[in-house]
Design a protein around this ligand. Structure first.
Ligand code: FAD
Length: 345
């Protein structure tokens, strides 16, 4: 159980109606799946804009990702967002995968290039027919357009004429953005150009890789806007609640060590104290980002609800009463396993 967190008047706060969303990864065991359902129920009760579900390297989580997305769709009122990657698929396979997700009722996607599966490196051929997130964005739009059923409807006053339905359902297609640069990118300009290419391909939202300082995001947004990127760019925030987790995250994401947070975590002797440090750090970051113009916050939840809800409460987005209400929806545990900041391994 999370205790409500005492706030001080010095804490920066977000407006209570700030939009928020969560990222989860597919479970690997039956027990983890059961726990995850409880976590989803609790997170959904907080009223997120969407819950995204990661996709494993080489499609290793195809079925389990889809199962989680189906659970969100059937059991909550929250929009499920499917991560999809270009790894290992032919054009036909990627199209049929997208169709399968659309048939399951998914209308929000995070289109990614994906990283090399374990044992392979960037130089190896691991991608299949699609080579960039932009190409995947285009393909999602194409598949969605093709599956719009042909429909004729009567036109009032013209008994023999029929209107042909052509309008498409809106799909939300998000892409990844890297405030501190993608590890493969040669320059900041290349990162912005990549984002512009994704916009041209039809993306309508971006979610960032985790970062630790508000200035990194805010200066990136300024450069992106000056270059012509128009879609909202949601900051991805990861509450880091132990020195071990911080080390692991930095290893996987390639981000620089945030020395202030690292020192605070190292000198704090208790697990509960370290957790509190991580929550305050993430909440302060969220408040600074929103004050600087971020359109909301996207929280990496590591398949647990307590920490991310505590961050939202501390940041002023949820009240203590909101948090208590979400906890009373269903008793939950939540899997403790968490590996990658942005994808399941
Ligand atoms: P792209 O936009 O296609 O390219 C990535 C970057 O590589 C570009 O910014 C560009 O600077 C550089 N680049 C591209 N082409 C070239 C080139 N020819 N030469 C040099 N540089 C180049 N991965 C998963 O497998 N599953 C997930 O569920 C998942 N979820 C994620 C969620 C978020 C929010 C983020 C930020 C990342 C996630 N990832 C996930 C990781 C992602 O797949 C990797 O970061 C991948 O390396 C890049 O994906 P992209 O979609 O940004 O690729």
């Amino acid at each position: 159980m999370t205790a409500s967190i005492e706030s001080t008047s010095a804490d920066p706060r977000c407006p209570p109606n700030t939009p928020f969303s969560f990222e989860l990864y597919p479970p690997k065991t039956e027990a983890a799946e059961t726990a995850l359902h409880g976590t989803i129920d609790t997170l959904a009760a907080a009223g997120p804009d969407f819950i995204s579900v990661t996709y494993g390297a080489s499609g290793s989580s195809r079925t389990s990702s889809l199962d989680v997305l189906r659970y969100i769709r059937r059991h909550t009122g929250v929009d499920p967002m499917a991560h999809l990657t270009c790894v290992g698929s032919s054009h036909a396979e990627a199209s049929s995968l997208i169709r399968e997700f659309l048939d399951a009722g998914v209308r929000s996607f995070l289109a990614l290039r994906g990283d090399p599966p374990e044992g392979l490196s960037e130089g190896d051929s691991f991608l299949g027919d699609l080579h960039s997130a932009g190409e995947l964005v285009q393909l999602i739009h194409r598949v969605q357009a093709e599956r719009v059923p042909y429909q004729e409807t009567p036109i009032p006053g013209l008994p023999r004429a029929r209107a042909v339905k052509t309008e498409r359902e809106h799909v939300r297609i998000a892409v990844a953005a890297f405030p501190n640069g993608h590890p493969r990118s040669r320059s900041t300009a290349q990162d912005i150009d990549t984002l512009l290419a994704k916009q041209a391909a039809g993306a309508n939202l971006a979610i960032t890789q985790l970062f630790f300082h508000a200035d990194h995001y805010l200066s990136f947004i300024q450069r992106a806007r000056e270059a012509g990127v128009e879609f909202p760019i949601l900051p991805g925030i990861m509450p880091v609640t132990s020195p071990g987790r911080l080390r692991r995250i930095l290893e996987l994401s390639g981000e620089e060590l945030p020395s202030d947070l690292a020192i605070q975590l190292e000198v704090e002797p208790t697990v509960e104290g370290q957790r509190e440090i991580g929550i305050i750090h993430a909440a302060t970051l969220a408040a600074r980002l929103v004050a600087g113009g971020a359109p909301g916050v996207h929280l990496y939840a590591f398949n647990q609800h307590a920490t991310v809800l505590a961050v939202l409460e501390r940041a002023g987005i949820l009240s203590a009463a909101d948090t208590r209400r979400t906890h009373s929806t269903r008793p939950t545990g939540g899997s403790a396993a968490g590996s990658h900041p942005t994808k399941d391994k």
